[in-house]
Design a protein around this ligand. Sequence first.
Ligand code: ZN
Length: 271
Amino acid sequence: MTGGAQARPGGAVGGSSGLVAGGLVVTAAVLAHGLPSLMTLRRLRTAVAPRLAGVGRADHVALTFDDGPDPASTPQFLEVLDELAVRATFFVLGSMVRRSPGLAREVAAAGHELAVHGWDHRPMLLRGPMSSYDQLARTRDLVAETTGQVPAHVRPPHGVLSSGVLAAARRLDLTPVLWTAWGRDWTATATPQTVLATLAPDLRGGATVLLHDSDCTSAPGAWRSALGALPELAARCDDAGLVLGPLADHGLRPRRAQLRISPFAAGYVSG
Ligand SMILES: [Zn+2]
């Protein structure tokens, strides 16, 4: 699920000046590590960091799902998306891909984009830089090995960023993307109607919509509210002249340089 994980360790300040200075250094380091987590605040990041929030092409709405792939629910999403002829981006957990590699392959084979959520769902703010890198690298590599598709986007659990996540994303060539609209589909009381009503004020061209194709971190069966909202969500976008699709088509990152071997030279050119 998402929602803001607010745990934030503070620096201890001791009685002597040395301890105070040490405490301040620790506090400054913790704050610097956690500063990007302010971007968890959706309206703030949409205003000050629109690309990070997922504000994309004006004629496009990005449809994204977190927490799968889950054999109990993801196949139903694939079926409905197929009926609607809509492709989406699935931010997967490495632990879930390891459990259901065949399902991850089905998601890719249906034309959807796979992206990195994390290996498990613990907030990245509670991890150091090495652990954050390990989470993202293991998940990216497993998705690539399993599906043949190299992920291009990352959204850490709970949408909580840290300096470690941003550094790891840069090293792994993953573009961080959070969301501009959510359906609060992870709660026990969510229904397709509440999901649509929650999405409505923020559903516009350029939006990135967050839903969940698994309840592995949320209320049991909550995914049914997201699933039930999909046909009407697609219809509303269609009525507004907006194309509903994956982040890959949202215009957030330049097309990856295509490396190709030149038949006439022992080198490569990019194009
Ligand atoms: Zn999640």
